[in-house]
Design a protein around this ligand. Structure first.
Ligand SMILES: [Mn+2]
Length: 350
């Protein structure tokens, strides 16, 4: 059997940080990716689709959006299982197609061939979650939206690892974390996985996005399927030694070379750079924004100051430079930069 695990689609999200035009476009893309996912499931002969919460960005999606989602589900041949998340908890569907199975506040299980699908909506996810031991002779899937933790917590949305271990779970399909980090081992039998958001929602969600395709057989074969229409990229750029704005511009151009212009790019400047080059950053960001779907330059660089010129000064700056001589090289420039900026009356946020 084949199973598709997705979550955190956040349909209808306002996508703050993008221009109104780009936000509108991106909003349509999130829905498009969800509907494409259902069509992909059919093409691949998927038997069950898991929607693990935050399908919508809030519990009151527009009637049009709801209708498009329900129609997409109804047209899909797979059985579709849905648990709510912290964003869409309490959402009301206009009608439920025959292949749509929504979990409510108590635990509920469905048997589908050799798999058992158990789940509960977000209201039920908390430290008190009590799971029965599942039938060891089927593949057991559990669907929840929340944050899995090693330590016990009674907070809502938090799942304590000991609540889900030793229950014969093969795969705990999670939503909530928008990255898809490595699986978390539950016990000798099963794993927990976040699917991650299928599309990045902004510069804090960089890298490959998609969903998991799972196949039963000798155990569970799990394949990540990159599926996003656009990717947000984060690039660290070492700027030490760059003398002027022109050089900085070439370095940035080289760093983003080859990236699709339909993607988003965030360039983070690191190291120390001349004041002249720093003055060009705003213009640089504007040009990147024209070239890419979205762009941002984050300036984490320090001003390039020749501290040795102060070594003999009978000033506070001179004294600081002499004191800092015993610090390791990397730290010295950083600490002195902060101290010099403070001395020139800048408000510092360190
Ligand atoms: Mn989410």
């Amino acid at each position: 059997m084949k199973i598709l695990h997705t979550a955190d689609n956040h349909l209808g999200a306002p996508l703050i940080g993008l221009s109104p035009q780009a936000a509108k476009e991106r909003k349509e893309e999130l829905l498009d990716t969800f509907l494409r996912t259902l069509r992909f499931a059919d093409e691949q002969g998927v038997d069950a689709v898991f929607l693990c919460g935050d399908l919508f960005d809030d519990a009151h999606p527009s009637p049009t959006l709801l209708r498009q989602v329900v129609e997409g589900i109804a047209a899909c041949r797979a059985q579709v299982f849905y648990v709510t998340g912290n964003h869409d908890n309490g959402v009301v569907f206009p009608f439920a197609p025959d292949n749509f199975h929504r979990f409510d506040k108590g635990l509920k299980s469905y048997r589908l061939g050799e798999i058992t699908v158990t789940g509960a909506d977000y209201d039920f996810v908390h430290g008190g979650l009590k799971l029965p031991k599942m039938d060891e002779n089927t593949y057991n899937f559990l669907l929840l939206h929340g944050d899995i933790r090693q330590s016990f917590s009674t907070a809502k949305g938090q799942i304590d690892l000991s609540q889900v271990a030793q229950k014969n779970i093969d795969y705990l399909a999670l939503g909530h974390i928008h990255d898809a980090p490595a699986p978390i081992r539950l016990d000798g039998r099963g794993v927990a996985r976040y699917s991650g958001a299928p599309e990045g929602h902004g510069f804090d969600e960089c890298g490959k996005k998609g969903f998991w395709l799972i196949e039963t057989g000798q155990g569970l074969r799990q394949t990540f399927v990159p599926f996003a229409l656009r990717t947000y990229h984060e690039i660290d750029l070492a700027v030490t030694g760059i003398k002027d704005g022109h050089e900085l511009e070439s370095a940035v151009a080289k760093a983003v070379e080859g990236l699709p212009q339909t993607d988003g790019v965030k360039v983070r400047l690191k190291g120390s750079v001349s004041a002249e080059a720093k003055a060009r950053i705003e213009g640089l960001q504007r040009r990147l924004q024209e070239a890419f779907f979205a762009a941002k330059v984050v300036d984490d660089s320090l001003p390039d100051i020749d501290f040795s010129a102060y070594e003999k000064d009978k000033t506070i700056k001179g004294q600081l430079v002499r004191l800092a001589a015993q610090l390791p090289e990397g730290e010295r420039a950083q600490i002195l930069s902060i101290a010099f900026r403070a001395l020139s009356g800048e408000d510092l946020d360190v």
